[in-house]
Structure formats: structure tokens, C-alpha cells
Design a protein around this ligand. Sequence first.
Ligand SMILES: CC(C)(COP(=O)(O)OP(=O)(O)OC[C@H]1O[C@@H](n2cnc3c(N)ncnc32)[C@H](O)[C@@H]1OP(=O)(O)O)[C@@H](O)C(=O)NCCC(=O)NCCS
Length: 141
Amino acid sequence: MDAVADDAPPTIEQLTEFHEAGRAWVIADESDRPVAYVLLDVVDGFGHVEQVSVHPHHARRGLGRRLVDAASDWAYEHGLAGLTLTAYTDVPWNAPYYRRLGFRDLADEEMPDGLRAIRRREAEHGLDAWPRVAMVKLHVN
Ligand SMILES: CC(C)(COP(=O)(O)OP(=O)(O)OC[C@H]1O[C@@H](n2cnc3c(N)ncnc32)[C@H](O)[C@@H]1OP(=O)(O)O)[C@@H](O)C(=O)NCCC(=O)NCCS
């Protein structure tokens, strides 16, 4: 999946938009260097996880979960129904990981319009060379 790995990171302008909207969370190390972040959009009345990334040197220590939890808390506090995201079906740290965090796969006919548009753009961008899925996690409380 070199093409995915080589994809350009978000631009400073894009990151600034998330930051100014209060929908970017960053975890820094003891030297205040960023090692993990999540970006959240609002789509179809859900918080939509646009990107979550943890530096490989800091992986598998629960940082990804903490970031998704922070995004989920924000969505709850802002009256949104839960979280959505799109992910690769067969990549262990994509859909299988999110299922562990409480997300479930959305069937095609369940997909709201905004999420459907995101999936369409992803396909146009070439991401669908491997199986992808849209997922949802509703607030339990
Ligand atoms: C997905 C990602 C954010 C998870 O962050 P993390 O801090 O490592 O995740 P957590 O510590 O909360 O959870 C760890 C779990 O993630 C999964 N996981 C993470 N890295 C994995 C790997 N290299 N191989 C297999 N499973 C992995 C496992 O389920 C793991 O649980 P385990 O350690 O008990 O096996 C991180 O792997 C990442 O940045 N990946 C690259 C970017 C990406 O694919 N983002 C998602 C789409 S935008």
C-alpha cells in the first residue's frame, strides 16, 4: 500500500482549520514534540474522524484510543449522535482496530449522504484499490 503511505499529509492550512474549529487534538512527548493527533469533522450530525495518526515509536500504548475518546467526548458535548469514519477493511490497525474501540460497519443502504460523498471522493482518489468500509459508533449514554 505504498500509494497510501506516500499520500501527502494535511497542509498547514488544513490543519489550521481543524485547530481553529477546536477539532484537533495532539499528544506531545516529554520534549513537547507532537507524537499523535486526531482531526475531527462534522458530517451528517456525527463527528467524523478525518485522520488519526500515532508515530510508530509511540504505537500500541493506547494513544490512538485516547484520541478517539477525546473526539467522542467532544461529539457528545456538542450534541452529535456519535462518531463515523472510513477505514481499510483488512488492515489490522484500521477496521479491526476500530471494531475493538466499539465501531461497527455501516451497510451501504445505511450510509447517510455526507458519508456517501466522502466514500465517493475516496474512490476517485484511488483509495478503493483495497476494500474499504464506513463505520459508526453511537454514544451509549
Ligand atoms: C491506527 C493507529 C492510530 C492506532 O494507534 P495506537 O496508539 O497504536 O493504538 P492503541 O494503542 O489505542 O491500540 C493498539 C491496537 O491497535 C491495533 N494496532 C496498532 N498497530 C498495529 C500494528 N502495527 N499491527 C497490528 N495491529 C495494530 C491493535 O489492535 C492494537 O492492540 P494490541 O496492541 O493489543 O494488539 C496507529 O496505528 C496509526 O497511526 N496508524 C497509521 C495511520 C492510520 O492508519 N490511521 C487510521 C486511518 S486515518
